[in-house]
Design a protein around this ligand. Sequence first.
Ligand SMILES: [Zn+2]
Length: 418
Amino acid sequence: MSFYLKSLTSLEKEIIEELEKLYIYDCHEHLPPESERLLREPDAFTLFSHYCQHDLYTAGMDKGTMKKILWQAGDIDWKWKKFKPFYEKMKHTSYCRAAHITMEKFYGEKTLNSKTVHSVTERIKAANKKGLYDNVLNGTCKIITSINCDGPLDDTHNGRIRQTIRTVDELCSYEQIQKQLGSEKPVCSVDDILQACEKLVVNAKKRGAVGVKFMAFYIDGATKEDAAATLKSLCSDHSLHLPRRNPLNEYVLTFMMRTAHKYGLVCCMHTGYWNDYRELSPSNLLPFIIENQDVKIDLYHAGYPYLREAIMLGKVWPNVKMNMCWTYLISQRFAFDALDEMIEMLPDNKIFGFGGDYYVVEKVFGHLIMARETIARVLAKKITEKTLTEKRALEIAKKMLYDNPKEFYGLKDFDCTF
Ligand SMILES: [Zn+2]
């Protein structure tokens, strides 16, 4: 229990022990193929890449320095000197907590300092060999399968990674359209675009993908004629750059959602938190959902900060599931409130309890510890309040972490004695 908060009650600890026994499905990652990771030269700072860089940046680190420290090989002492002042400012955040838990588990140090940067670097380099993914994901985290985004479709890691593709979007200029869809010939009509989009989905399905990832942009009811008029103006003026909220982008988004469904793929929907998050409220999807109640939607990130807009979709529509991926990292306090309210409001087949949402594989463990901790704290609260019995609470936990994603994505168990 050494990675968990010292303040946990005995009931919370007891629940965590039960959660640790479960083999689970990991509902969202950004893992590169293991072979790609092994080609990199990781060091202690690799553990502070990905989401930690948001906190380093907002603490004041410039992007050029950050790139050199986090994403390039280089002199460790120089890196530490540059890293330290910003690390001091953000080492308490939840992004950093996951990095610290990970570092302690795999590389034996709780925090970074002028000495541990070297010992952690040596150990992470030594561990960077074939078997790393199996060791972390399957051996340590008890993950049966990870649903992954941005990886090559043929990277299945013996079936333990299932890929999703990204949809075509950002159709805001002539150049963006041709870049995404005009590889064979320039795309000049809406039908050309739809044909190219369908080809992408068919190819993904054929090669074993389980979903298409979307961003929850506005849906204003654009028709094919509206999309054609937008395309016409972009084709006649190549300097024109429209906002993302435009009829062509929207028409293609809804076409892709329907097409994903037609070929048996889930629509994995990013909602909330990302740059201009105002464009990504879960409630943007409502007009589509009302018209398309057969399309399977996996709603990511509990809509942060639009939690209740997200819950409303899960509450009302059978085809919408709530995915807690990334949430414990954003804020455990937020995730606690989200789960607390969701469990009160939703049937037990609606929530997917965990998705690491990480690029650096070891960090999935850090996030999983935080997820177990939060899930246990919410369930303990409900047991103490007597709104759930302990048996029912554990049943709900198992459904969130195992049964629900398995059923929704049609996944299969492996022999779990890895
Ligand atoms: Zn993600």
